[in-house]
Design a protein around this ligand. Structure first.
Ligand SMILES: NC(=O)c1ccc[n+]([C@@H]2O[C@H](COP(=O)([O-])OP(=O)(O)OC[C@H]3O[C@@H](n4cnc5c(N)ncnc54)[C@H](OP(=O)(O)O)[C@@H]3O)[C@@H](O)[C@H]2O)c1
Length: 237
């Protein structure tokens, strides 16, 4: 499909990768971008329409879908990360529940609300923002990794089903990006603009999976090794 003239709905578009998606879609000729944000602002960027959205709230998702019936590309981007001290942390279950509510159930809610809209508008595409962390888990990020593995699995099932309505489902895997989520980390990071660009080029090429950076490609490649990376995930710093 073409991004030119597309109507793109991006969840979590207030900042970070979501904002980069909004701008990159416009740069590539999208007709309109719906920026799903928890707290709409007075900012008025031509081509960008802010839509109030909390992905943890079914009524909010339904209202956004009702408002954005001309959407042709859905970007499931909204996400949170929380650290625990270890997998044995007493807060682990509460933290995992909080993360899953946004990353996993939020993606399901939006996918279910927008799939009929995409079908009605000719098929279009869904981009689900995943991670290298689908395929390895550092102890302090165990809940986050589990959520992204779960979204990866859901993405794989969704893809099979939405092929019937000619909707392309693209899994977007990326390691650390330069956003608020990683601002405390002194590590190599990919620019969110580069990530958004890779995903949008991906849907134009009909790709069902995009691995943005070398590290992510190496993590996935190693899955079938004798010593896959998930047995000894590299330390963050
Ligand atoms: N940064 C990385 O290194 C990295 C790597 C791989 C994958 N990812 C994934 O990339 C995606 C974007 O992350 P980011 O790095 O851009 O993070 P970010 O800068 O922290 O931005 C997160 C965005 O999600 C929104 N959001 C959070 N909870 C929400 C909710 N309940 N409803 C609606 N919006 C919500 C935030 O809105 P508010 O402004 O209202 O908080 C914000 O717009 C996430 O899915 C993340 O897991 C990130």
């Amino acid at each position: 499909m073409k991004v030119q003239d597309a109507v793109v709905f991006v969840s979590g578009a207030s900042r970070g990768l979501g904002l980069a998606f909004a701008h990159e879609a416009l740069r590539r000729g999208a007709r309109k971008v719906y920026a799903g944000v928890r707290s709409p602002t007075e900012t008025n960027t031509p081509g960008i329409v802010q839509v109030k959205l909390d992905v943890t709230d079914l009524a909010s998702v339904a209202a956004a879908a009702a408002q954005c019936g001309d959407t042709t590309v859905l970007v499931n981007n909204a996400g949170i990360a929380r650290l625990t001290s270890s997998t044995l942390d007493s807060a682990m279950i509460d933290v995992a529940r909080e993360i899953f509510e946004t990353n996993f159930y939020g993606t399901i809610r939006l996918s279910q609300a927008f799939a009929p809209i995409l079908a009605k508008n000719g098929g279009g595409a869904v981009i689900n923002v995943l991670s290298d962390a689908c395929w390895h888990a550092r102890p302090v990020l165990a809940a986050y990794s589990a959520s992204k593995s779960a979204v990866w699995s859901f993405t794989n099932a969704l893809r099979v089903e939405l092929r019937n309505q000619k909707t392309l489902v693209l899994g977007l895997h990326v390691a650390f990006m330069d956003t608020d989520m990683t601002k405390a980390l002194e590590i190599q990071k990919t620019s969110p603009r580069q990530v958004a660009e890779a995903a949008l080029i991906g849907i134009e090429a009909g790709k069902e999976e995009v691995l943005v950076d070398d590290f992510t490609r190496e993590v996935k490649r190693s899955l079938s090794d004798q010593q896959p990376m998930y047995l000894n995930p590299p330390a963050i710093a």
